[in-house]
Design a binder for this molecule. Sequence first.
Ligand code: OSB
Ligand code: MG
Length: 368
Amino acid sequence: MRIRKATLREIQMPLLAPFETSMGRTTVRRILLVEVEADGATGWGECTASEDPFYSYETIETAWHILRDFVWPVVKAREYGSAAEIWDSLEHIRGHNMARGGLETAAWDAEARAQGVPLWKLLGGVRGEISSGVSIGIKQSLDELLLAVNTELLAGYQRIKIKVKPGWDEKPVELLRQHHPLIKLMVDANSAYRRDDFPLLKRLERFFLMMIEQPLGYDDLYAHVELQKQMDTPICLDECIHSLAHAQAAIGMGACRIINMKLGRVGGHTAARRIHDLCGERSIPNWCGGMLESGIGRAHNIAMSTLPNFTLPGDVSASARYWAEDIIEPAVTVSPQGTIKVPTGPGIGFEPKRALIEKLTVRQEVLA
Ligand code: OSB
Ligand code: MG
């Protein structure tokens, strides 16, 4: 595989409603898309870096810099046997996984399209339908939260995750459990708690949450070990896991019992698959997280979610939950059973809407 050209684009997409977490509130997404030309095919990837360095240190600005000045010079000079080789060729770049993953996933799409096969089959996926859950942001009131949860349950979503932070945790969870004693319910703190909060986190045990996602420091595996030792509720790590080594350490130490997989956070499909394989061997379930992606990122998430160890419902939900109009055709939809049908067409199986993408583009750079 020879990658002849890469186009970086920043598009801006207003969210239908603001999304609030313990890290802040997002109203407009600035999204870095990567389009590559390889072996006569075009492939698309989405760099999942945020607007600000709050979820991770990467931003779309740092990602643009790393892609243009460090990833592209390597990739353009190489001839790859397949997209599966790209990740190792970028190993000397430390961190910046979202930047690396943006291009790597685009190359996987191009390869699958060049071969005329669905990406999920090329990756080794095993299911034609994936289970979908939702991530619900912090709301202004408990009433508003309950309404949002009821809406998503009626739509069929299989699992509800709510964002929590100090001051918005026990009460909302208690209310949801009163109304919905049996649903699959979990919380995601995005690293908002500290050791002083262990008593509070332990009080959540009585609500039988499926898991607590990333309660403690974003780079603090050991604090999660201490907490998991004191709790029956599984801890799921998100922010802490950027590599196979982190996953090995976390599992070995007992820092978590579940790992949330995000393509950007770990650096693309090859890296994700390696962590997935390790988790499978160690009986640590995976599920696919989300980063408020456009349809391009959503499509890659769907493909990844077909791997065998993705046994829990993920955060990949319908396009219409976030966007007035998504940039892919068709949009991602969810069945009344809370599942997403995996597309059967080549590559990511969804077509980017070029005219809409052009319209949303605020800057562009062609690398060749
Ligand atoms: O921690 O999973 C997270 C969104 C932005 C940054 C971090 C996270 C999230 C979500 C959203 O939970 C999931 C989605 O894309 O629907
Ligand atoms: Mg998370």
